[in-house]
Design a protein around this ligand. Structure first.
Ligand code: MD6
Ligand code: FE
Length: 211
């Protein structure tokens, strides 16, 4: 069943957040991030198989994947430069929905071209699981899949649309999740930047325990 706002997933929250004007402003900020830190094609640990999603980051730490594994790193794997700061409009979302008294350190920026997807995974490379992961969507709709803390747990699908926020916190912090597919042509927001459209997802995370 699609399009559920699951009532029975403690710690999971999904709702519209950014207005159309805010989405345009956020997209311009993300575009500036990608000018300083270009999208690159990450590869899976061991196999070296490329992701279909392109990635970049902002914040003091960025999430990277290469043949050696997944980790957080302070610099871009291709340019070697520090990641640009997280734009204020994105930090504001964390401040209003995270319920966590310290700022995020990492903002992973994923770009999905129309055929891209992201397999079922857990966000478990952080050391502070008391902070939620806050996710924002811009551009085309997608089908997001959410399960439980074990890979074999049943999953449900829901549609994330441009401007939505989704939060994985408390009992849902380590829930498996992924993106089954993009629905091409459902948004014009990215048109001036990516003529084929697609979707951008931002995931904000606290990586280290605050001192
Ligand atoms: C995406 N999202 O929406 C991928 N992770 O493109 C994630 O992997 C994710 O939405 C942690 C918390 C929320 C998420
Ligand atoms: Fe994730």
């Amino acid at each position: 069943m699609d399009d559920l706002f699951p009532p029975d997933c403690p710690g999971f929250m999904h709702r519209p957040h950014w207005s159309a004007a805010e989405q345009a402003e956020a997209l311009a900020a993300v575009r500036s991030v990608a000018e300083a830190a270009p999208f690159y094609v990450p590869v899976m640990p061991r196999s070296g198989r490329p992701f279909s999603v392109r990635m970049t980051n902002c914040g003091s730490l960025g999430w990277v994947s290469d043949r050696n594994g997944y980790r957080y790193h302070a610099t871009h794997p291709v340019t070697g430069a520090p990641w640009p700061p997280i734009p204020p409009i994105i930090l504001d979302v964390w401040a209003s929905v995270a319920g966590y008294p310290h700022p995020p350190e990492a903002c992973l920026v994923n770009y999905y071209a129309p055929g891209a997807k992201l397999g079922l995974h857990q966000d478990a490379d952080e050391t502070d699981f008391t902070a939620p992961v806050v996710s924002l969507s811009l551009g085309d709709d997608c089908r997001f899949r959410l399960g439980g803390p074990a890979r074999r747990d049943p999953t449900r699908a829901m549609r994330l649309v441009s401007g939505d926020v989704a939060v994985l916190g408390s009992e849902s912090r380590l829930a498996f999740h992924g993106v089954d597919r993009i629905y091409p042509g459902t948004s014009t927001l990215l048109r001036d930047w990516f003529p084929e459209g697609g979707r951008i997802n931002l995931t904000l995370r606290r990586v280290t325990k605050p001192a």
